[in-house]
Design a binder for this molecule. Structure first.
Ligand code: SOE
Length: 383
């Protein structure tokens, strides 16, 4: 029997539009629920591109104006997959129209915008979530389980990096399709909001809140041609970013993100060192969690590599996939996020990160830019 329809209105059609659409298509097959996801409409200004996208992914209709999409009675949930400078306006209007909202990360351009978005979804009482997908890679979710079971003991260090190398060329333009991430007016920030935001979201989830930080950012290429104006313009984003900090649990934070690490495409890694156990995870080897357990018999003690593919409840999400030993990939993290969102609707306990949860990441992102500018430590607001 078909479930209750959850009719999606997708706004945007870039890389993330594809990642999310793929998740909507997969979720019902692997995570059956009382809901049935329906790809109802895809929306973008470019009529021919959005028609192509809708046809490829199976959306039933297209719109070229997001306000028209929000007016439609046959849309239950809006997916905001557009540059960061459009998140706030669309989210606030979507909340007013009573739509549920799934918003691409980071939540907003800055904390002030993020607060308005939180207020809007909470006043309208609409379900909401931000696409911080890496929490839902089974090996990362297993790390959460081990931490929650208290196996690490006191945590001393949390180290995370997200390294890429795709903007090294100085003649790469800023702005426009795909390259809006280099344009501060569209993105709000550079690698801090685009890459480090993922590391921060995972860290807050695994290790709790951050009390203070001291950051350094750098813009290596100071001017780039702007694809929309055709003029060479100042680059306003951070090309690289590092910060030290202290978590509320007393552990020390060491974070780095860059698009100038030649040879690295999407090297997201984190390592957590506790009194009894250390954990290490690497996106390039995403189905493995490296574990060092000091409580192991000393004769066989050492780093072990857990292949997180057992279809038992011990390995999060894996019971819904194939048979033990067979890995799933990056795309599955989005499928898990939709599955959890639906479960949140059905159980009444909203899936995280909600807009309010993601505001905490936004506060850290703002503090990074503030600290770097002032060359000073910044205290985070008490949560
Ligand atoms: C940038 O290249 C990017 O696509 C980010 O925008 C995504 O959030 C990240 O998951 C992968 O890299």
């Amino acid at each position: 029997m078909p479930g209750k329809p959850l009719r999606v209105g997708m706004i945007g059609y870039g890389f993330m539009g594809r990642a999310h659409s793929n998740a909507y298509k997969q979720v019902g097959q692997f995570f059956p629920s009382q809901h049935e996801v329906v790809l109802q409409a895809a929306c973008a200004r470019n009529d021919s591109e959005i028609k192509k996208f809708a046809e490829q992914w199976g959306y039933a209709s297209v719109e070229t104006n997001w306000r028209t999409l929000l007016d439609r009675k046959d849309i239950d949930v809006v997916d905001i997959c557009v540059p960061n400078n459009l998140h706030k306006e669309i989210a606030i209007a979507a909340a007013a129209a009573g739509k549920m909202i799934l918003c691409e990360k980071p939540l907003a351009m800055n904390v002030a915008e993020g607060r308005e978005m939180v207020a809007a979804v909470e006043a309208a009482k609409v379900a909401n979530m931000v696409w911080y997908n890496y929490r839902r890679i089974p090996a990362v979710s297993l790390a959460k389980k081990l931490i929650d079971e208290g196996r690490l003991g006191k945590i001393f260090h949390y180290r995370a990096k997200f390294l890429q190398d795709w903007t090294i060329k100085a003649d790469l333009p800023q702005g426009g399709q795909g390259l809006w991430r280099l344009d501060v007016a569209a993105a709000g920030s550079g690698v801090s909001g685009d890459l480090l935001a993922h590391c921060i979201d995972t860290a807050l989830w695994l290790n709790g809140g951050l009390d203070s930080l001291c950051a350094m950012t750098e813009t290596f290429v100071k001017e780039r041609m702007h694809a929309l104006t055709g003029k060479v313009e100042k680059v306003g984003i951070d090309d690289a970013c590092q910060f030290l900090g202290k978590f509320a649990n007393g552990s020390l934070a060491n974070f780095e993100s860059t698009r100038y690490a030649r040879g690295h495409k999407a090297l997201y890694t984190f390592e957590i060192n506790g009194e009894d156990m250390s954990l290490f995870w690497d996106l390039h080897d995403l189905h493995r969690l490296q574990v060092f357990d000091y409580n192991d018999d000393s004769k066989i003690r050492g780093w072990k590599s857990i292949h997180v593919t057992d279809n038992s409840p011990d390995h999060p999400y894996m019971a819904n996939w194939w048979v033990p030993g067979l890995a799933i990939g990056y795309d599955a993290s989005f499928t898990h996020q939709v599955a959890d969102f639906i479960q949140g609707l059905e159980s009444g306990t909203p899936a995280a990160p909600t807009f309010r949860d993601a505001l905490q990441t936004q506060q850290i992102l703002d503090a990074i830019l503030e600290s770097s500018k002032a060359k000073a430590w910044v205290d985070m607001p008490k949560q």
